[in-house]
Design a protein around this ligand. Structure first.
Ligand code: AMP
Length: 536
């Protein structure tokens, strides 16, 4: 094993990790960041490697480890303030820090907050000031060392003598860089090549490009495409082996306990083991989809989950099968995966679909999806494999965009790359009293040049600045695309835009031509022509 050959026996100090972080944050060179990190990874023992990699991603545990350290900003600040002076010299090992995180995560039940804060203070008391900063960074998920996942993957490749592409592929399949680093450094490039879809290890879902035009889709997909309803719910990935079922969200958060109804369905599948990809949608008493907000209520509930399941029933729509009876299907074509899906479900819970090369039929299918209250359609290349985490032309989403014309009433100063720009815009519609009612905020849609120009323009309209938000005279009108209008307790208007993004700057419009609150309310109501409504 590669580790023996380095002659290194573990005992990496946490100070060495803190030094590395310091060096990483003081260089902007990608090459230097990669080589410093690779050098560090090579010096670790097999036990230290997963912890070091998760620390580098500002996580106390590897991504696939469900444990969490429940420490808020406020608690951390409180504990820091109560911590005694730092030791004169570093004395912590990397594994001691990992062990302390494990103990903090394990504390539960009554009095656990006390146990957590005591253990945390004990840890911080052993740490030098720079180590304390790193521990805080890991616990809060922000290390500020400028080592994003792509660079860390490059460093793992460099440390293992593997191709960056091999590491990237393994990362998409395993969704856990600690595990990828272990494979790469222990088993080398051949180990990475063997990385495959695994039960109970969620992989990143495949994503779709955008198209507005079926002829583009037919051309990209060789004449015929598989059209499916695009359901506006939440993506889920179901893993099942015998009676064991676990479910993950699109962002790979485990959501099994929120979805007892889906677990029950998964237990009934006709296979010993399977991984399925699909969408859950909340449905109203009339069988129509409820707005996204109602679905989120199901996910937020920690208690009385069975009751929530009764109150807000879910519909499940499956559209892919990534593993069946132990065999990965991701390199098989879509058409074969769909056959497998039909087999394993017996045809139940499938996304509605039609395979077609005819534009009229495609338009009719889209109209049917919209009339049934769904978002639009997906178009999938029947010959395409399943590409985890990638967004391209093999899957397209086609949906009509809704938009409103909003006035910018204020803007927040940006941070990071957007420092110095007014980059988060407060959007409002015209109310009856001649004022403007806020309905959302967005920092999406403008190019860098447009951000700069907008910053100058808004500063000229400035009426106030509290250092965070600049209030402006309401003169600039922007066309804002959105996915849905939601109810909002936060805004006095009672409404908020979901997924707002600036489609264009309406130089041709003045504030008096902005969408009015009445029109906005009517758009909200219109959504229920096709969607179900829960009376609140
Ligand atoms: P978007 O979030 O706009 O990029 O659209 C992609 C999302 O649409 C996926 O992540 C799924 O959550 C959702 N979706 C709904 N229906 C389907 C479908 N039939 N196939 C794939 N994704 C779907």
């Amino acid at each position: 094993m590669r580790y023996g050959s380095t002659g290194y026996n573990g005992g990496m100090t946490f100070a060495a990790f803190a030094d590395l972080c310091q060096e990483l944050s003081s260089t902007r060179s990608r090459r230097t960041k990669i080589s410093l990190t690779a050098e560090f990874l090579r010096r670790l023992s097999l036990e230290e490697l997963p912890a070091a990699v998760s620390f580098l991603t500002a996580r106390p545990f590897p991504a696939s480890d469900p444990r969490v350290v429940e420490v808020s900003h406020a608690t951390l600040a409180e504990v820091m303030a109560a911590t005694g002076p730092a030791p004169d010299a570093p004395r912590l090992d990397l594994l001691e820090v990992a062990g302390a995180f494990e103990e903090i995560a394990a504390a539960s039940g009554s009095g656990s907050r006390r146990v957590r804060t005591d253990r945390l203070r004990g840890l911080l008391e052993q740490a030098t000031p720079s180590e304390r900063r790193m521990i805080a960074g890991i616990l809060l998920g922000e290390l500020r060392i400028g080592l994003h996942d792509g660079l860390l993957q490059d460093a793992i490749a460099a440390a293992a003598g593997a191709q960056a592409e091999q590491v990237r592929r393994a990362a998409l399949l395993l969704s856990d860089l600690s595990e990828v680093a272990r494979l790469a450094l222990v088993e080398g490039p051949t180990g990475l090549e063997r990385a495959a879809v695994r039960l109970f290890v969620p992989l990143l879902p495949m994503l779709a490009g955008v198209s507005e035009d079926f002829s583009e889709v037919f051309e990209a997909h060789g004449g015929r495409t598989a059209l499916e309803f695009k359901y506006d719910g939440a993506r889920i990935q179901i893993h099942r082996q015998d009676d064991a079922v676990r479910i993950w969200s699109r962002r790979l958060t485990e959501v099994t306990s929120s979805l007892p109804d889906v677990v029950a369905i998964a237990r009934g599948l006709r296979a010993a083991s399977a991984i399925l990809d699909g969408e859950v949608v909340a449905v109203g008493a009339d069988g129509r989809p409820l707005p996204f907000q109602d679905l989120m209520r199901r996910f937020r509930r920690a208690h009385d989950i069975e009751e929530a399941a009764r109150e807000i029933p879910l519909a499940l729509y499956l559209f892919d099968c990534l593993l069946l009876d132990g065999q990965s299907l991701i390199d098989d074509p879509y058409a074969a995966r769909w056959d497998a899906l039909e087999g394993v479900t017996g045809g139940a819970y499938l996304a509605r679909r039609v395979v077609s090369g005819d534009a009229d039929q495609a338009h009719a299918f889209l109209a049917e999806a919209l009339a049934a209250g769904h978002e639009g359609v997906m178009a999938k290349d029947p010959s395409s494999s399943y590409a985890p985490g990638s967004r391209g032309k093999r899957w397209f989403k086609i949906k009509p965009a809704e938009s409103v014309d909003c006035v910018i009433t204020a803007a927040d100063w940006g941070s990071g790359r957007r420092r110095g720009w007014l980059s988060n815009y407060h959007l409002a519609v015209a109310d009856r009293a001649g004022g403007f009612a806020p309905v959302g905020k967005t920092f999406k849609g403008l190019t860098d040049d447009e951000f700069r120009a907008m910053t100058a323009r808004l500063q000229a309209l400035r009426v106030g600045d509290d250092g965070y938000t600049v209030t402006v005279r309401p003169e600039v009108v922007v066309e804002v695309a959105y996915n849905e209008i939601q109810r909002s307790p936060q805004y006095p208007s009672g409404f908020a835009l979901r997924f707002a993004r600036i489609a264009r700057i309406r130089e041709d419009k003045g504030p008096e031509q902005a969408t009015t609150l009445e029109q906005f309310r009517a758009l909200f109501e219109k959504q229920f022509a096709t969607k179900s409504r829960r009376d609140l």
